[in-house]
Design a protein around this ligand. Structure first.
Ligand code: BJW
Length: 244
């Protein structure tokens, strides 16, 4: 890590698991255990059942609102401060990396707290609705229901974010894949692009993924354990890791 000129960190839902935020493909609990995220995170689902999808997102916003960044988020923010050329690319929509102090975070799947119009061609953004709003408010411009500003299955990723991430993957010396099952594309392709371009691959995940066999180093641990340990081993400014 000391000699790597550029480091790319790719994160997924597992990074926020220790903050109490449910992942997608680990078991969900309660009311929502009978829904698959794939059945709710699509434009078709929203068109069919806007209130149901909206309430699922309101429930998730509530959880995120009450959650705090965990030692894994904080270690990544500290690593970014001590490694000059580190880019953090996340599939997460919870904003916890930013709340932990990471800057210039590339969000591939949008953000839970941005709303936008659901009508094709409108693209009006709007302030986040209040958390007790039970159905999608109307777009202030065209009146169609607002929706969460996240990327659903079948939708393109934000072009600029994907372009930056793809470029970084093709040119980094070291790539970390942290807390992602590596099943959702095109995000999952990024670690493979880095590997094919000659980067060393580090995976941090308590469970194996399709990337595990191709990784040079595997930490079969939670991010909140492995990342602070890596930070400590790197020996950055002691004030950075003090509250991990
Ligand atoms: C821990 C831990 C701890 C637990 N510490 N780790 C190529 C092949 C096949 C299919 C496709 C393909 N290209 C495209 C597709 C289709 C589709 C896709 O990938 N489908 C597959 C599922 C088969 N992709 C798309 O549709 C994408 N769009 C697209 O390709 O558009 C093309 C297009 C172009 C032009 C015009 C139109 C279209 C969009 C994908 C959007 C994904 N959206 C979601 C929802 C976001 C909003 C929301 O939050 O509701 O994104 S789905 C969900 O999965 C979410 C996540 O970001 C994403 C990835 O999940 P993640 O983060 O990996 O979480 P999990 O739960 O899967 O894994 C957690 C991991 O953490 C596990 O491994 C645990 O072990 C681990 N863990 N505790 C560390 N403490």
């Amino acid at each position: 890590m000391r000699s790597a000129g550029s480091v790319l960190v790719l994160t997924g839902a597992g990074v926020s698991a220790e903050s109490g935020i449910p992942t997608f493909r680990d078991a969900l609990s309660g009311l929502w255990a009978r829904y698959r995220p794939e059945d709710l995170a699509t434009p078709e689902a929203f068109a069919r059942q806007p209130d149901l999808v909206w309430r699922w997102y309101q429930w998730r916003r509530q959880i995120v609102d009450e959650a705090q960044p965990n030692p894994g988020h904080r270690a990544l923010a500290a690593l970014q401060r001590c490694l000059g050329g580190m880019m953090l690319v996340t599939q997460n929509v919870d904003g916890l990396h930013q709340r932990a102090g990471s800057t210039d975070v590339v969000e591939l799947h949008g953000n839970l707290f941005d709303d936008c119009c659901s009508a094709a061609g409108c693209a009006q953004s709007a302030p986040t609705a209040s958390l007790d709003q039970e159905s999608p408010p109307p777009c202030p411009r065209c009146g169609a229901p607002l929706r969460p500003g996240v990327v659903w299955f079948g939708e393109p990723l934000p072009e600029a974010a994907l372009e930056r991430a793809t470029q970084a993957a093709g040119s980094c010396d070291l790539v970390f894949s942290v807390g992602t099952s590596g099943l959702v594309y095109p995000a999952a392709e990024l670690a493979w692009i880095a590997a094919r371009s000659g980067a060393a691959v580090v995976e941090i995940n308590p469970e194996p993924t399709p990337l595990t066999a191709a990784a040079d180093f595997v930490f079969s641990q939670p991010g909140g354990v492995a990342l602070p340990a890596i930070l400590r081993a790197l020996g950055p400014d002691p004030s950075d890791g003090a509250d991990l």
